[in-house]
Design a protein around this ligand. Sequence first.
Ligand SMILES: C[S@@+](CC[C@H](N)C(=O)[O-])C[C@H]1O[C@@H](n2cnc3c(N)ncnc32)[C@H](O)[C@@H]1O
Length: 279
Amino acid sequence: MDSVVFKRFCAHAHQEAGIALGPSKEALLTARVGKRMRALGIDDERRYLDYLEADRTGEELVQFLDVISTNHTSFFREPDHFDLLRTLVDEWRRTDLRRLRIWCAASSSGEEPYSIVMTVLDVLQDPDIDFKLLATDISTRALTDARQGVYPIDQLTAIPRPFLERYFQRDESASDTYRVRDEVKQHVVFRRLNLAQPPFPMRGPLDVVFCRNVLIYFDLPVRQRLLAAISALLRPEGWLFLGHTESLTGITSGFRMARPSVFFLPSEGELPAEAGLLP
Ligand SMILES: C[S@@+](CC[C@H](N)C(=O)[O-])C[C@H]1O[C@@H](n2cnc3c(N)ncnc32)[C@H](O)[C@@H]1O
């Protein structure tokens, strides 16, 4: 790929979605953009770039982001996070918890937010607790799949058997696919949101934020702004989960680390009571 064209692709990805494409991504970008160009019948990278930059609908941006980033996800990915979430919610429900707000940023095709809701519902027990999860992603394609909540059986292997029986039903249209039950879906609101462009429209205070396996795409200034926005939305003693390979290194945020990839916002410098539950 012509280096000027590559730089323009990088600038576009960064400007529109905060995604930092290093020089090592050139071969990947060439291959993946080539696939998209063939689908559109465009045979020149510069022409595709003009088309992408001129698109005002945002649709081609979504296609472009889908080819340069990955929507890879799975149910109960990084399972220790769900064990900890269970512990936290169990602790809170024994207090005077009446309202629980969780944000799943970068929710991809829905496996992560549905795993969170199943975990919370299993432990809450009290139907009077007002529990809502906001699930956001930049990819409209991923959001469409997430809203449908229909998955082939081979993607459900990490789901505990009792959860599968309680929270899924066999899809009538295809025998080897399962559908998330309305009992789970009714707690989730899916929205398109670009994490690279705070401030965000929602209001806090949030109890927990899952922002996993997406910081890796962003450079430090984008991460810094995103973490500042998350910390402004979280309540004191609210919790933040990042992906296992992610950290807050180099970011000034006010978060304290509970364990690698898990952080909380201290209240006036104190440890939250639940921190005593941590190893
Ligand atoms: C690797 S997936 C991670 C999904 C899930 N959080 C998990 O850990 O399994 C990364 C997701 O981030 C989304 N994404 C990438 N850039 C984004 C941005 N600027 N704003 C919001 N979402 C973004 C992608 O569309 C994709 O669904």
